[in-house]
Design a protein around this ligand. Structure first.
Ligand code: ADP
Ligand code: ASP
Ligand code: MG
Length: 297
């Protein structure tokens, strides 16, 4: 079984979602698909939090643009028999969850700082919740999972960290029927605090880490990071147009480059898969035939 993670650009347009569908349909079942929010939406959700705190209600207009973007994606990619249900899910989360949260921020000038943080963490989780509803609805054999039900964080001297023990127990139970087959779709990034139950997350870029955690706990044969470049490169191709793809790297080399800022993989991703010697592939959703990069021992 593979864990395949698709980043923001890979779920950001009808074109990329159709590529995702073809890539996943070429895989055997079961398969676990971890998704990020639609490209740019996490930033938008957070910018709207700032606006709402300034009592700038125009954030609700931006929310309507985002609603349309998600509905358009549903019309473009979701199988017909699931379409009404996914449209309704999107509206429900926007009208019954996101809007009340933004209004609460905008109308409570004396909201304590820790409460503001809690509300914004709850808001930002909706990016992955909405994109995953769309991706699940693309597959006849799509099986939805809610990462809030099993990813657990706690706070230690370093700040917010994954609670491995609790997460392992919950992941094993949530994925107990994995071997029956299907495309199991999970949200990257999002989690809950083990003590309070509050919605938390694994940090910006954290969907890679979610996928690595699931790959590790479910004993995946491989972790695939599907993104918008042909592989792990010698440098960021956005700033170094002459950068080239590295066909093979060790976990150690990858960790070093991630720590030095190679944004293609979120740094905490490498350690758990390295410990279990799970190969990591970095592949391009927009050019799936390119060989990509494999990270092994
Ligand atoms: P995703 O949304 O798929 O997680 P990210 O934007 O987080 O995508 O990561 C992919 C981006 O990382 C690429 O578009 C590229 O600009 C950037 N990047 C930075 N360093 C590297 C590198 N060494 N190799 C490949 N991409 C890199
Ligand atoms: N959507 C989250 C972010 O933008 C997580 C991720 O993309 O990995 O940071
Ligand atoms: Mg990323």
């Amino acid at each position: 079984m593979k864990v395949m993670k698709f980043g923001g650009t890979s779920v950001g347009s009808i074109e990329s979602l159709l590529n995702l569908r073809d890539i996943v349909n070429a895989e055997s079942r079961p398969v676990v698909v971890v998704v990020s929010a639609m490209g740019g939406f996490t930033n938008q959700l957070l910018a709207m939090c700032e606006q709402a705190q300034q009592r700038d209600i125009s954030c609700l207009d931006t929310l309507e643009v985002a609603r349309k973007r998600h509905h358009d994606a549903v019309d473009g990619v979701v199988i017909e028999e699931m379409r009404d249900q996914v449209h309704a899910t999107i509206d429900r989360f926007i009208d019954e969850s996101l809007k009340p949260y933004y209004l609460a921020l905008a109308t409570n000038p004396r909201m304590p700082v820790d409460e503001i943080e809690r509300v914004c963490d709850a808001i930002v989780a909706h990016g992955e919740i909405l994109s995953s509803a769309i991706v699940t609805g693309m597959f006849q054999d799509g099986i939805p999972h809610l990462s809030l039900n099993y990813m657990r964080t706690t706070t230690d001297a370093h700040g917010r960290v994954l609670d491995w023990e609790e997460t392992e127990k919950l992941v094993k139970s949530d994925y107990a029927s994995l071997n029956d087959g299907g495309v199991h779709v999970a949200q990257g990034f999002i989690s809950r605090d083990k003590q309070s139950g509050d919605v938390t997350n694994l940090g910006r870029g954290g969907s890679d880490y979610t996928a690595a955690i699931l790959a590790t706990l479910l004993d995946a044969e491989a972790l695939e990071i599907w993104t918008d470049v042909d592989g792990f490169m010698t440098a960021d191709p956005r700033t170094h147009p002459d950068a080239t793809v590295i066909p093979q790297m060790t976990y150690e080399q990858a960790q070093r480059m991630c720590d030095a800022g190679a944004k293609v993989i979120y740094p905490p991703t490498i350690a758990p898969v390295a410990m279990k010697r799970i190969p990591v592939w970095v592949k391009n959703t927009f050019n799936p035939d390119a060989p990509g990069t494999v990270i092994v021992d």
